[in-house]
Design a protein. Structure first.
Length: 223
């Protein structure tokens, strides 16, 4: 049985339940914020419960998430988890481990998928801009220093990388990154920092993807 990599949203009494796939806490956070920002009308002003599975969330990380949700105008009403660390952290903020008047789903049925979502952006990014994309990203612009791009799927940057690019945040091992030109920026894939070989720093066009469990960096066009 394949591992679920997408978050699920379920309607419950008085709000919604967001069920996140098993992934490190920072990937779960990025997926959640990305979905909220891509469906702002649906989530704005709402109350949500989170099912974080067995992922460990510290008090500090949960506090940051609560601040991020507050910035989006969203109230967190409960935290469901099989991790004792997460449940203890949630208790500090008075978040119950269950949904009052509603049972926790025993097994979530997979949602119908219409294929991976691709977001095309061809505008220049601001120096301090933070762009979060739920899906695959095609960015026809430079990524300036001070800017950060986070996407749950693959990313193609048709410009110069001077900022921060984080791709594959949903944990899909098939996610990849294509970069036209390397600048002074950094890139991570599936939450792991990518080390670019020095010999490729001046190469025009590189591809980053996992191969046999390890991150592989190769030129897009072989000589």
């Amino acid at each position: 049985m394949s591992k679920r990599t997408e978050l699920l949203v379920r309607g419950i009494r008085g709000g919604v339940l967001v069920i996140l796939p098993d992934a490190p806490w920072y990937q779960q956070r990025d997926m959640l914020i990305s979905r909220i920002q891509s469906q702002e009308r649906f989530f704005k002003g709402g109350r949500i419960a989170l099912d974080l599975g067995g992922t460990d969330w510290s008090e500090e990380h949960l506090d940051k998430l609560l601040r991020d949700l507050a910035d989006e105008g969203i109230c967190l009403r409960a935290v469901l988890s099989s991790s004792q660390i997460t449940l203890v952290s949630a208790q500090v903020f008075g978040l119950p481990p269950s949904i009052e008047g509603d049972e926790r789903p025993k097994a979530a049925a997979p949602e119908a998928e219409a294929g991976p979502r691709v977001v095309w952006i061809d505008r220049p990014l601001e120096n301090a801009e933070k762009l979060i994309v739920d899906g695959n990203l095609a960015l026809f612009s430079d990524l300036p220093a001070g800017a950060e791009v986070i996407c749950s799927g693959s990313a193609a940057l048709w410009g110069c990388l001077d900022g921060i690019l984080r791709a594959g945040c949903a944990g899909d091992p098939d996610s990849a990154v294509n970069i036209l030109k390397l600048g002074l920026g950094s890139v991570s894939l599936n939450g792991e920092a990518v080390k670019i070989p020095r010999k490729l720093h001046k190469t025009v066009g590189i591809m980053i993807r996992r191969q046999d469990g390890a991150i592989n960096v190769v030129p897009l066009v072989k000589k």
